[in-house]
Design a protein around this ligand. Structure first.
Ligand SMILES: NC(=O)c1ccc[n+]([C@@H]2O[C@H](COP(=O)([O-])OP(=O)(O)OC[C@H]3O[C@@H](n4cnc5c(N)ncnc54)[C@H](OP(=O)(O)O)[C@@H]3O)[C@@H](O)[C@H]2O)c1
Length: 276
């Protein structure tokens, strides 16, 4: 089924809407005509994000709803703001993050729970607060991570949370199909956004990631937003998750990959020349 080309008349709530991926998703939906409600905790950053959206898409109606995505009442307020703009059609739940590298042996129950709450409980709250308000059907898109399927050293609670999020998405998709609500996920790989950039540093983002990511380095939030836009308009697709990761998930077998590199040369030249 073809994605709808217009979102005119639709209203979208984007949690984490002032963040790198959240704002890119909001912009992509606004580009196709959706009205937008941005939600995050810091009001000044939200207001700045709203101004950037309006500057880029002057026709767009944009509201902000400051609040914590881990608190149901705050999320309910954002959904009600959408209803006041005409209805709730699309929810993009982007709130999440690894909350820093830490060996599992140095986590305690509270620090583990904090990561689960940031990534998994926040998505559950977004879904559960959205459903009763999506009375004309709609689309929910959650932002997962390649960490859902790739074990990542010192990010174990984050991997567990994102794997749980993927299960939440398939379960919710199955239950909500009869309501005309689709539930899908996008799994970004390393993407240029403030949190991840400060966590890894520019050298890793630029040099090491370029070496390890098959399509040549970290992605731009707009690539993730494009996938979110697809799910937002794909009325016959639900319970799916796909990676937008420059091919990171393909680089899964370092032992064989390194042996291949030794046998055939790491940067084997394509006979027709190498475009990257
Ligand atoms: N960037 C990557 O490389 C990458 C890769 C894979 C997956 N992801 C996933 O993509 C999503 C977005 O990441 P990002 O890199 O765009 O992050 P980001 O730039 O750090 O933005 C995070 C956004 O979420 C908001 N936020 C954080 N905690 C919140 C809470 N409890 N309630 C409400 N808002 C909250 C932040 O604003 P306030 O602080 O003002 O609340 C900000 O708007 C996350 O789920 C992350 O796990 C990112």
């Amino acid at each position: 089924m073809r994605a709808e080309t217009s979102l005119t008349g639709k209203v979208a709530v984007v949690t984490g809407g002032s963040g790198g991926i959240g704002l890119a998703c909001a912009a992509r939906l606004a580009q196709d005509g959706a009205a937008i409600v941005l939600m995050a905790r810091r009001e000044a950053e939200l207001a700045a994000a709203r101004d950037r959206l309006i500057e880029a898409f002057p026709e767009t109606r944009v509201a902000i709803s400051p609040g914590d995505a881990e608190r149901p009442a705050d999320v309910a307020r954002a959904m009600e703001t959408a209803r006041r703009l005409g209805g709730l059609d699309i929810v993009v739940a982007t709130v999440g993050g690894s909350m820093g590298h830490r060996p599992i042996a140095l986590h305690d129950a509270d620090s583990f729970r904090a990561v689960i709450d940031r990534n998994l409980t926040s998505a559950f709250i977004a879904i559960s607060q959205a459903l009763p308000r999506m009375d004309r059907g709609g689309a929910i898109v959650c932002i997962s991570s390649v960490c859902a399927s790739l074990p990542s050293t010192f990010l174990t609670p984050y991997c567990a949370a994102k794997a749980g999020l993927e299960a939440l998405v398939t379960g919710a998709a199955k239950e909500c199909a009869r309501l005309g609500v689709t539930v899908n996920a996008v799994r970004p790989g390393m993407t240029r956004a403030a949190g991840v950039q400060s966590m890894f540093g520019e050298k890793i983002m630029a040099d090491r990631a370029r070496e390890l990511i098959p399509l040549g380095g970290p992605g731009d939030p707009s690539a993730v937003a494009e996938a979110v836009r697809y799910f937002a308009g794909a009325a016959w697709v639900t319970g799916q998750s796909f990676a937008v990761d420059g091919g990171s998930e393909l680089a899964l077998n370092p032992v064989v990959d390194n042996a291949d590199a030794e046998l055939f040369g790491k940067d084997w030249p394509a006979p027709w020349g190498d475009p990257i």
